[in-house]
Design a protein around this ligand. Structure first.
Ligand code: CAA
Length: 379
């Protein structure tokens, strides 16, 4: 596989790195502490074209590819993992399915402003009883004439408290299992769309998520995404792309932890020498750097396949599985290298350690990724 980056991809990566160093890294600790959604920083990221990196320019996006997208999410997440997931959800989980399954009329209204970064999207699949078992949808959409009435609950909706629209999955026929699921795109100001208070979480504290109740929410047929019964495939193929974003986020968090540990090891002394001169530390740094590079190669491979229009379910799951687990191992070692300081709120290391954890859970747990991969290799 060719991994030479184009001039355009390199430029976007470097621009995001610079933005992360100047605008995100210096503020991420405060946003985390205050559980504050960094609206202005997200707006500035949107001004760099990060609303719809791989969305064609005719639909308001930056018109780049998924390799550029993965590189951008890694750099942004190195600065602030919460901003990283905010962008990943808008790009992969909101814009991507509208681009792929929306009609031109739908794209005009529901894609352009989101890919341009004027509005923010979210993705409503998870329900209290439908996490790993995504087919267990209980939110219903009942059609009467040209309108669907939607009732039910979604939870853990990343961007939910601040989003302008949601790609929403419902059951239109409870007897048909996965073939009874139907997708919609809905304005969050629609009567009957009831957001609850933001969730309190271990990490990514500046990325708001919440439960949403739907009470007789009226949605016109014109806002249905795809045909009735196509929803499960829309959700799963969307997650094939989303998992590339989360893999990139995990690498970004891991890189932040690795770079801080490497720099600390050069200045912190024990037994009269910088700890970087102890082989125990050298080996940890070697493993951390190797795992991050391996994770990036897997992620760029999945992104390259997506760019070629090839099914990449297995490769995305491998990237997400490996990158998220590597990120946690790297963050754990970074805490260890820092010793007591790694455990202190004075530094950023403890935040990376907390932020890394969610990457093994959302957009499919590590166990779900192993299921998807084993299904593919045993087929
Ligand atoms: N692309 C296209 N079609 C797919 C597909 C894919 N990737 N995966 C499955 N399908 C199709 C299958 O081909 C099958 O179609 P047919 O019936 O026509 O053959 C149909 O969908 C059903 O497939 P399965 O029998 O494999 O479905 P399943 O019920 O066994 O579930 C699963 C499979 C992989 C476990 C799935 O439920 C899953 O991925 N679960 C995890 C859910 C998840 O990742 N949730 C994340 C929520 S979003 C989030 O986290 C956002 C955030 O906060 C940032």
């Amino acid at each position: 596989m060719e991994i030479e980056l184009s001039e355009e991809q390199r430029l976007l990566r470097d621009t995001c790195r610079d933005f992360a160093d100047k605008e995100l890294k210096p503020n991420a600790k405060r946003w985390d502490r205050e559980h504050k959604f960094p609206k202005e920083a997200v707006q500035k990221a949107f001004e760099l074209g990060l609303g719809g990196v791989a969305v064609p320019a005719e639909w308001g996006g930056a018109g780049m590819d998924n390799i550029a997208y993965a590189l951008a999410i890694e750099e942004i997440s190195r600065g602030c993992a919460s901003v990283g997931v905010t962008l990943s959800v808008n790009n992969s989980l909101y814009c991507d399915p509208v681009l792929k399954y929306g009609t031109d009329e739908q794209k005009e209204k529901w894609l352009k402003p989101f890919a341009r970064g004027e509005k923010l999207g979210c993705f409503g699949l998870t329900e209290p009883q439908a996490g790993s078992d995504a087919a267990e949808q209980r939110t219903t959409a009942t059609r009467k004439g040209d309108v669907y009435y939607i009732n039910g609950t979604k939870n853990w909706i990343t961007n939910g408290p601040v989003a302008d629209a949601i790609v929403l999955f419902t059951m239109t026929d409870l007897s048909k299992g996965t073939k009874g699921i139907t997708a919609f795109v809905v304005d969050t100001n629609t009567p009957g769309f009831l957001r609850q208070k933001a969730d309190e979480k271990l990490g990514i504290c500046a990325s708001p998520s919440c439960t949403i109740f739907f009470e007789n929410m009226e949605v016109p047929v014109s806002q249905r995404l795809g045909a009735e019964g196509e929803g499960f495939k829309i959700a799963m193929s969307t997650l094939d792309g989303g998992r590339i974003g989360i893999a990139a986020q995990a690498i970004g968090i891991g890189r932040a932890a690795f770079e801080e540990a490497r720099d600390y090891a050069k200045v912190r002394k024990t037994f009269d020498v910088p700890i970087a001169q102890h082989q125990a530390i050298q080996f940890m740094l070697a493993d951390m750097a190797t795992e991050l590079d391996a994770a990036r190669l897997l992620t760029l491979r999945a992104a390259a396949l997506k760019d070629r229009g090839v099914r990449h379910t297995r490769e995305s799951s491998m990237a997400k599985l490996y990158a998220s687990e590597a990120s946690n191992r790297v963050a754990d070692k970074a805490v260890q290298i820092h010793g007591g300081m790694g455990y202190s709120k004075e530094l950023d290391i403890e935040r990376h350690f907390r932020d890394a954890r969610i990457t093994e859970i959302y957009e499919g747990t590590s166990e779900i990724q192993r299921l998807v991969i084993s299904n593919a290799v045993l087929r």
